[in-house]
Ligand binder design. Sequence first.
Ligand code: ADP
Ligand code: 5GP
Length: 189
Amino acid sequence: MSGGKLVIFSAPSGAGKTTIVRHLLSLGLNFGFSISATTRKPRGAEQNGKEYYFLSAEEFKEKVDRDEFLEWEEVYPGCCYGTLKSEVDRIFKNGQNILFDIDVVGGSNIKKVYGDKALAVFIQAPSVDELEKRLMNRSTDHPEIIQERIAKAELEMSFAHLFDIVIVNDKLTDALAETEEKVRKFLEA
Ligand code: ADP
Ligand code: 5GP
């Protein structure tokens, strides 16, 4: 698979983006994962420079002021996330395609910038109740954080029409197979 294309995954928290992105990264499709910067604290076994670049609010603001982000959002109150221009450069220079796991606003913005070079995929959970169950089962966030994420889910779902395709992640094996098929087709086109 030659490089230079972008595949963007967006969805409300708990819909299954991380699970699906990990699967795609394991397929040898010449993807580099865009490691975002965030001001949230590491969760579970997350490592700096692997899942995210974990920054203080001051460090994040310095990068905003120096125009180092392709896009950034305060995704949850007091919690900023952003795509560094240096990440996109690094992955393209390696001759790879880029895989993004970013929020619905950032995802639709990157799609606008890159047009046909980008495939924007919206991952939909069967319902908001199911999202809540998944976040509780994941056991990585405090109940207040889960409620904050659920409160935002309805609004996030209203962004689905801005994406090229919507994958309903009900049965995981079906969602993985459908995503893999659509992504392979896009990379081969
Ligand atoms: P996101 O990255 O969108 O927040 P995750 O990939 O972390 O979501 O998934 C949230 C939780 O739901 C995880 O514990 C994951 O193992 C689980 N999960 C993912 N897909 C499914 C599915 N189809 N059915 C049930 N649980 C799922
Ligand atoms: P989490 O804290 O669960 O890892 O991510 C919370 C939300 O922030 C998810 O919707 C995730 O996709 C989004 N996110 C992660 N990185 C970025 C980024 O670089 N930019 C934007 N806009 N959102 C991001």
